[in-house]
Write a protein that binds this ligand. Structure first.
Ligand code: TMP
Length: 217
């Protein structure tokens, strides 16, 4: 086991999480933590190549799931586990909850098969072989799919996921809600339909309550 902290950020496309991750990294650094900031799919040269394929090349649901987990294993082995072993705080923009939400709930991929792939990909990477890496805290940016769709339509050219219809994101959002219900200690719901400052304050409060930042009065 390690002393580091593994914090993940989740939510449907357009939930607005990415703009808050840098600010949280800065706050944690100012509080004296060494922070590794990373993302999925991606985070290593190999996983970033897989990300390009996942976001832009057409493929079936099994290929998609296999590539997601291949990228995750490389990322865990080369970046996440070493950083946690050094006692760092790892902030990761998406992790396995995204696979259950997008490939599972969104695409309809069998959840038991995903669980099996999770065990296969996420054990024995610098851990005791029977331990599976899971985040210490997951910040779930929850926003109605219709609001997220409006935010996305104002953004750059959509990728394979962003171009899905709102019904897809409704299923993904339900997938996240199921994951949160299954792990209430680990998940913290952030209401990201609120104005930016209030979302930032919610984030800080959750991270402070876990002892990684000072509490603000
Ligand atoms: P991002 O735009 O938040 O970086 O995420 C890239 C896309 O990849 C996003 O639409 C969600 C998708 N994705 C999955 O489908 N499964 C996964 O396991 C992960 C990590 C991301």
């Amino acid at each position: 086991m390690t002393n580091g902290a593994f914090i993940t950020f989740e939510g449907i496309d357009g939930a607005g999480k990415s703009s808050h991750i840098d600010a949280l990294a800065q706050a944690l650094r100012a509080a004296g933590h060494t922070v590794t900031l990373t993302r999925e799919p991606g985070g290593t040269p190999l996983a970033e190549k897989l990300r390009e394929m996942l976001l832009h090349d057409s493929m079936d649901a099994l290929t998609e799931a296999l590539l997601v987990f291949a990228a995750r294993r490389d990322h865990l082995r080369c970046v996440i586990e070493p950083a946690l072993a050094r006692g760092e705080v790892v902030l990761c923009d998406r992790f396995t909850d995204a696979t259950f939400a997008y490939q599972g709930a969104g695409r309809g991929f069998d959840l038991e098969v995903l669980s099996y792939m999770e065990r296969l990909a996420q054990t024995g990477v610098g851990l005791q072989p029977d331990l599976m890496r899971s985040p210490d805290l997951t910040l779930w940016f929850d926003v109605p799919p219709e609001v997220a769709a409006q935010r996305l339509s104002a953004a750059r050219a959509p990728d394979r996921f962003e171009s899905q219809p709102v019904e897809f994101f409704t299923r993904v959002a339900r997938g996240y809600a199921d994951r949160a219900a299954g792990a209430p200690q680990r998940f913290a719901r952030i209401d990201s339909s609120q104005p930016r400052e209030q979302v930032a304050a919610q984030l800080r409060a959750v991270v402070a309550a876990r002892g990684w930042l000072a509490q603000t009065p």
